[in-house]
Design a protein around this ligand. Structure first.
Ligand SMILES: NC(=O)c1ccc[n+]([C@@H]2O[C@H](COP(=O)([O-])OP(=O)(O)OC[C@H]3O[C@@H](n4cnc5c(N)ncnc54)[C@H](OP(=O)(O)O)[C@@H]3O)[C@@H](O)[C@H]2O)c1
Length: 289
């Protein structure tokens, strides 16, 4: 297939591009920078979508890039919502076979008690509202009858960038440990399973709607740090107090400290199988391989 990919220079998109190309797809990347084949200029997008069999939209300002000022919140929203709307309108016009988009488990809000599956309603914090509007921006494509599928992505475990990479240095120095009280849920996914899920949605004509991109077994933040310490043969006993996280990260710290328990019931019911359902083999694969 000819696949138009946004976010193809990023942590997930870069690896997805490699994977899709090795599966025989031709991938054109939309980027703000010189590494892309297509710019975000609306005419360029419309032309590129017309030349594509499918569109995969992963672009978005990194949530942890900087503190959430009013301006940064606008950037986080516009980089997802405006781009999705532009693509969805081009998709509605050109009608490729599939429109696959990213969202985040932030859709559900944070909770210590509730367990979320794909049919559940949204939360009510900044990220939840962002995700609701991000997903709503797909509507022109849905209304035009184009198969549209969305992955609400969890905490991606991979190397090169992302949450795990940021945790490695303190853990290797023996300074790792739980964040805050450590009881908050971490709904993680091995990068290979996320890439496989995106490829499954691209290639499986029976899929559409919203799917949770999380492994079947979320863990507590304390279990994540204990497991990472065990895999790295390092202690994991130095907690990172919540006030330090709030001082360093600002409002985005609430995401890390709140957590959410999200499972991929819908994807599993529809036939997707995970290579890494449990955290320890996933981390061993990434770090000891
Ligand atoms: N990684 C995770 O754990 C995780 C969890 C939940 C959801 N997600 C979602 O999955 C998607 C991909 O995540 P990722 O970790 O691969 O992100 P990433 O490494 O930060 O890459 C994001 C991509 O988006 C583009 N981008 C960044 N800022 C932008 C802006 N202001 N306007 C337009 N494009 C912009 C960049 O492309 P150019 O610089 O080439 O333009 C980059 O390739 C994102 O939408 C993210 O919210 C990721």
């Amino acid at each position: 297939m000819n696949v138009l990919l946004t976010g193809g220079t990023g942590f997930i998109g870069g690896k997805l591009k490699t994977r899709l190309e090795s599966a025989g797809h031709d991938v054109m990347v939309v980027s703000r920078g010189p590494a892309g084949h297509v710019t975000w200029e609306p005419d360029a997008i419309r032309t590129a979508v017309r030349a594509s069999d499918a569109v995969i939209h992963l672009a978005g300002e990194n949530v942890f890039a900087r503190r959430w000022s009013v301006h940064q919140k606008q950037t986080l929203r516009a980089s997802r919502i405006d781009t999705t709307r532009l693509l969805a309108e081009a998709v509605a016009d050109a009608r490729p076979q599939a429109f696959i988009t990213a969202s985040a488990i932030g859709y559900y809000g944070t909770s210590a008690e509730r367990h979320f599956v794909a049919g559940d309603g949204p939360g009510d914090d900044f990220l939840a509202r962002l995700c609701v509007d991000w997903e709503a921006a797909r509507q022109p494509a849905v209304d035009a009858g184009v198969r549209t599928a969305t992955v609400r992505i969890g905490v991606v475990q991979g190397l090169g960038d992302g949450a795990l990479q940021k945790m490695l240095l303190p853990f290797k120095l023996g300074l790792g440990g739980p964040m805050g009280h450590g009881r908050q849920w971490v709904s993680w996914i091995h990068i290979e399973d996320l890439l496989a899920m995106l490829a499954w949605l691209l290639e499986n004509e029976n899929t559409q709607g919203e799917y949770n991109g999380t492994a079947p077994t979320p863990v507590s933040n304390r279990e994540l740090s204990t497991t990472l310490g065990r895999v790295l043969h390092r202690p994991a006993i130095v907690p990172l107090p919540d006030f330090v996280l709030r001082l360093v990260l600002g409002e985005v710290a609430e995401l890390v400290l709140g957590g959410q328990h999200v499972t991929p019931d819908r994807a599993v019911t529809e036939g997707f199988s995970f290579r890494f359902s449990e955290l320890e083999p996933a981390l061993r694969d990434l770090l000891n391989g």
